[in-house]
Design a protein. Structure first.
Length: 137
């Protein structure tokens, strides 16, 4: 049986014995501590607890904080936080990425910012000719 607890009016908590399969969608803050397989669509902040095991992709509009284990891709329009006990196996796309010491991340990361590299990287050489690659003396 799944235990569902409300800590604050805008926070929902799934306990460690929760096991769900399918699609999970929510608009307020959610803390998930159980096992889940499927897709998660989060409008509000998402906390993946230390005992949680997730197999599937996460699509979020808000901050995602991970303490547990995830095998799948994560996309958030805000901040992704991999805490010191986190294990993430998959690709991530986020506006900001924070990885704590001790966290495991196996995959690729990509920023959602579309501005590209800063202008100072456009032409970093002051003495090399772009045509011959030789240094000017």
């Amino acid at each position: 049986m799944t235990k569902l607890t409300t800590l604050q009016p805008d926070t929902t908590v799934f306990s460690e014995d929760a096991e769900l399969k399918g699609t999970l969608s929510f608009a307020t803050k959610l803390e998930f501590n159980g096992r889940f397989e499927g897709e998660i669509y989060a409008e509000g902040p998402l906390i993946i607890g230390e005992k949680a095991i997730i197999k599937g992709d996460i699509h979020a509009s808000s901050t995602v904080s991970i303490f547990g284990k995830i095998k799948g891709n994560i996309t958030t329009k805000d901040r992704l936080e991999l805490k010191e006990m986190a294990q993430v196996y998959g690709d991530v796309k986020s506006l900001k990425l924070a990885i704590a010491e001790g966290a495991v991340f196996v995959g690729h990361s990509e920023t959602l910012e579309s501005s590209g590299a800063p202008a100072e990287f456009a032409n970093i050489f002051t003495r090399l000719s772009p045509k011959d690659g030789a240094a000017k003396h």
